[in-house]
Design a protein around this ligand. Sequence first.
Ligand SMILES: [Zn+2]
Length: 355
Amino acid sequence: MSSQTPYPKSVETLKQVLGEGNYKSIERYLHRYDGTATSVKPVARYITIYWIGRAADRMILRTEGEDDIILSEVGGEAVPTIIFRKLKAVYLREFMGLMREQWSQYSESIKRIYGVNYDFLAGCSIAVGIAGEERGVLHGRCMKCPVDVLMGATSGEASYNLVSRFVGDATYALTSSFERRTGNSVDEVTHTTIMLTGKESEEARRTGGLFSETFVEPGTLFVGKIVLPMISPPELLHVLWLLTRAERVGARTSIQGTLEIYPVAMIGDLFEVGTAYRVAEKYHSKKSVDEVRKGIEDYLNSEVKFATSSNIVLFTENIVNNLKRVNILDANLVMELWTNAKNYVDGVLKYIQAK
Ligand SMILES: [Zn+2]
């Protein structure tokens, strides 16, 4: 980031929330989008976040088709594993909900940022609401709003794709306490059972057929990792806010039951740091959140610290409480996030023209 602060309110808020020292240790791995082609060229700046999940009740991880929920071998045992796409879908919905709120409160100001072409929002999922939950995220995408810009989107009508900058590892359970059941359901609409040929789209397979359910015992712990490449301060603030806000995910779609989310540690580096799999392997069979929290800290310090030039930021109770207190509908924070998205798209358009 340049010496002049392009996102004053977001930077100030991050400093207040994390503390000056913590902010300093991630600052150089944050990115700035100023609307130029250069600003969207890939550079090595990554923020990696580790988190612990805890099944608050008897969770059912259900899947139609293959590979949504997989069992991974960790520590010589098969453990339930949630692919990253499932977790991302949860935060995509939460982020869209928040953007709808910001839009309805500040639409006049946001229209001024985007100029005459503001109508695009009518075509985006964030404007039409979450129709049918599971399908909502697949509705039309405007390719310009903060959700699309951060989480990625494609559209037949746009001349560009937006690469997701919200990525991560699969989430692994630390214990193998589960039961698995495979069934054969009848589709209510067509009364047919679908055979899995592997050729249909996921949506087609979803309409019925073979399914399997994995039941996870209450108290089961999971370890996950989120990676944020080239993230700007307003985007990071919003992601952190969502992580502490959406503490309990699930009770819908493919995760039934409740997964509590505890962010544990964040680190900035030229690469993403460590793997959730390695943590799951090291702390296999652990059942205490505090023990695993300490384990993640030890892992980052002992195994990956020498690969990084920055310090680990631990999500203390204090930081989590600070995050919960952030007014994410603050006018300046909102404007910085939407201006950032506009600049990102301007940069992409210039970049593809320049090529
Ligand atoms: Zn959009």
